[in-house]
Design a protein around this ligand. Sequence first.
Ligand code: MN
Length: 245
Amino acid sequence: MSTLFISDLHLSAERPHLIEQFVTLTRGEARTAEALYILGDLFEAWLGDDAVLPDLVPVIEALKALTESGVPVFVMPGNRDFLMGEGFEAMSGATLIDDPSVIDLYGTPTLLMHGDTLCTDDVIYQQVRAQVRDPQWIAAALAMSVEQRIETAKQMRAQSQAHTQSTKEEIMDVNADAVAEALRRHGVTRMIHGHTHRPAVHSLEIDGQAASRIVLGDWYQQASLLRCSATGCNLSQPLSGTTKK
Ligand code: MN
């Protein structure tokens, strides 16, 4: 039995093959998993639980079928889908988890994060993040019509793309001090996160103790998946149903 971790699928109507791959995962390997964790940015954009885009309905149905089959699914909102709430939980059967969360992963306390809060060198990004996580901003966004929300999401995406293109790669990666601080604060020696789209297993030393930082990959080119079991964790591609773009 293993526990599966994925993130940064960025599912949208523009990439229907990724929606198919996700559905395949939920019908295949995930059925025999102990749990499935989705650590942020499952969706390219989530406009609110009351505004599910038709193309994303198969994703919700796939989650529902998986959870009804008895496999718990835990979803951490990312910077694209932070408007997920109780409505999403009800329709999908998944449980939303906080960013950060600590779980007991086969005896090793493990810190789960989306990863964007570790990118502290990107000051502009952190400012925008604080703004859109403000309860007043969220209330105002959810009070908009669906059309307005689509337009707002488009504008935010364009601003984000412009920022990404004009910002150095290393600025947008995690800050080493922020990583160390997070591990220390939670008293753990292992963390799993996504967001940076730089899949890797990093070995570090924190206060003389060996630690590891596992970074999940995105799904833009091909699905990235982390399998953890009692014998350890393995970052790889899914077994089947994967087609390269
Ligand atoms: Mn992200």
